[in-house]
Design a protein around this ligand. Structure first.
Ligand SMILES: Nc1ncnc2c1ncn2[C@@H]1O[C@H](COP(=O)(O)OP(=O)(O)OP(=O)(O)O)[C@@H](O)[C@H]1O
Ligand SMILES: [Mg+2]
Length: 219
């Protein structure tokens, strides 16, 4: 079983939106998924309750109990555990990082988000874990060009020595609508721009969690 931690110390960056969409993408691809909701707000749980049909298991847990939750998920034969963290101090995030095979650091393309993510990136590095930034809620391109805030964010993140996921998420009402219906953007319309970017992000994350086997490389 692999474990993905979705992190940011700042509130509202999109941790829950990203976590549950990746959980759904993995579930739709046939994986057994546990979404560990570490946030006392219970947002992922709210989404699951709204859903009322099959989907990833969402389990509410406290950060100190994460390791036990992970062991139980392994025993239950799950393929993937995704940890949706709360906007919290680094001591809480440390446990999520400790359990993770890969860490996704979610931020919006803004000065304050970039400043806040630096400490998380250092934490991931300190634990010797692999991880990458994912830019969420990027504004739409104007006349085919990225807004300056996106370029500025990429430049500042590049200086932090950690990779940036090649696929970020734009600010789209489709995410809010889908979550409000207990669904994912891929279910609502698999051909929508939102579904395509979630599918792309999932493939990138999947390749990080399960790197292609060397055996697949031609002699
Ligand atoms: N790509 C997006 N496009 C549009 N709205 C988004 C997007 N991502 C997140 N949102 C909205 O932003 C708000 C915060 O998102 P979310 O709850 O996922 O963040 P969070 O980091 O989990 O917040 P918290 O720190 O409170 O746990 C929500 O209203 C959500 O619908
Ligand atoms: Mg949340």
């Amino acid at each position: 079983m692999k474990t993905l931690a979705v992190l940011s110390r700042k509130g509202g960056t999109g941790k829950t939106t990203v976590s549950l969409h990746l959980a759904m993408a993995a579930w739709l691809a046939g994986k057994g998924v546990l979404l560990a909701d570490c946030d006392r707000q219970g947002s992922a749980q709210e989404w699951r309750r709204e859903r009322q049909i099959g989907g990833p298991v969402v389990f509410s847990t406290k950060t100190p109990a994460l390791f036990a939750t992970q062991q139980a998920a392994k025993r239950a034969g799950r393929d993937l555990m995704i940890i949706d963290t709360s906007p919290s101090a680094s001591e809480d995030l440390a446990e999520a990082v400790r359990c993770a095979d890969f860490c996704l650091m979610v931020l919006r393309p803004s000065f304050l988000d970039v400043r806040a993510v630096r400490e998380t990136a250092e934490l991931v590095l300190r634990f010797g874990k692999r991880g990458a930034f994912v830019i969420n809620q990027a504004p739409p391109r104007r006349n085919g060009r990225e807004m300056a805030c996106v370029g500025d964010t990429v430049a500042q993140l590049s200086a932090m020595g950690r990779p940036i996921m090649p696929i970020g998420l734009r600010a789209r009402i489709a995410y809010q609508t889908a979550v409000g219906e207990g669904r994912s953007v891929q279910e609502v319309d698999p051909h929508s721009a939102a579904a395509l970017e979630i599918g792309g992000l999932w493939r990138e994350v999947e390749a990080q969690l399960w790197p292609p086997a060397l055996a697949a490389v031609a002699e």
